[in-house]
Design a binder for this molecule. Sequence first.
Ligand SMILES: [Zn+2]
Length: 51
Amino acid sequence: MRVTLVVELLRKYSECPECHETLMMNQVEVIDKEFKAKCDCGWEIKHVEWR
Ligand SMILES: [Zn+2]
């Protein structure tokens, strides 16, 4: 995944859109082309890099 896209996604998901808790680095995972973020409230997102 492009670094610029990771930065963009980290900014976008710096907090949970459901409960507005700040997401910690251990709640965010970047593996190859996938960006995953999850929150204790149950919200989660998976973003796959588009090409
Ligand atoms: Zn949440």
